[in-house]
Design a protein around this ligand. Structure first.
Ligand SMILES: N[C@@H](CCC(=O)N[C@@H](CS)C(=O)NCC(=O)O)C(=O)O
Length: 200
């Protein structure tokens, strides 16, 4: 069975685990603490990031977009539409959601991994501006999501679910359409409650 290194809180890992479930692919989920740089994770992904996928033959794949592409190919296109317009919309929404997560994660890492005297607030602010512009764009893109579930749906749901506990209240106060979209997502994908990012 394929194995994925993940952590309960990771939005990128949640995206991949939701995509696998949607594709009816069995995955063994193995927790990894990226801070400790464990050998088994590093042998799957030299970058030491999660998610990292180990295939049945021992070969590995990362990052979340590549893993989702792999699932899409394995299952004859269950995650990414073929038509050019729909493909463009889905990949753009996914890239936007992932980019927001990247920026917000960097802003948190500044606090988590740097001693207070070495933190550089202008750099954090820059990441937060990226995220804010991305969230504004994402709100306008929601209508471009296809009706059938795609990698973009899972990327957006994972990002917004993660923000729910890392940036509590932000969506409700600043981007209520995104908050409403997430509240309705379990109707489209009932396994969201089980697979959403969470604080362990
Ligand atoms: N572009 C990567 C981003 C993955 C990522 O940043 N994962 C975080 C956890 S959510 C991580 O592993 N951080 C540890 C580190 O950067 O060393 C993907 O889409 O998989």
């Amino acid at each position: 069975m394929m194995r994925v290194f993940y952590s309960a809180a990771s939005p990128f890992a949640a995206k991949v685990r939701m995509a696998a479930r949607h594709c009816d692919l069995e995955l063994e989920s193995v927790t990894a603490n990226t801070t400790a740089e464990p050998a088994d994770l590093l042998s799957a992904n030299p970058l030491g990031k999660i998610p990292a996928l180990v295939l049945d033959d021992g070969t590995t794949l990362y990052d979340s977009r590549v893993i989702c592409d792999y699932f899409d190919r394995l299952t004859g296109g269950q995650l990414v539409p073929q038509g050019l317009d729909a493909w463009r919309a889905v990949r753009l929404i996914e890239a936007t959601a992932d980019g927001i997560a990247d920026a917000l994660i960097l802003s948190l890492y500044e606090e988590r991994f740097r001693p207070e005297e070495k933190r550089h607030q202008p750099w954090v602010d820059k990441q937060l501006r990226k995220a804010d512009r991305g969230l504004a764009a994402l709100e306008t893109m929601l209508g471009d999501l296809p009706e059938t579930l795609t990698t973009a749906h899972f990327a957006v749901a994972a990002l917004l679910g993660w923000m729910g506990f890392r940036f509590e209240g932000k969506l409700e106060s600043e981007r209520p359409r995104l908050a409403d979209w997430l509240a309705a997502f379990p109707d489209a994908f009932p396994a969201y409650g089980e697979l959403r990012p969470r604080l362990s």
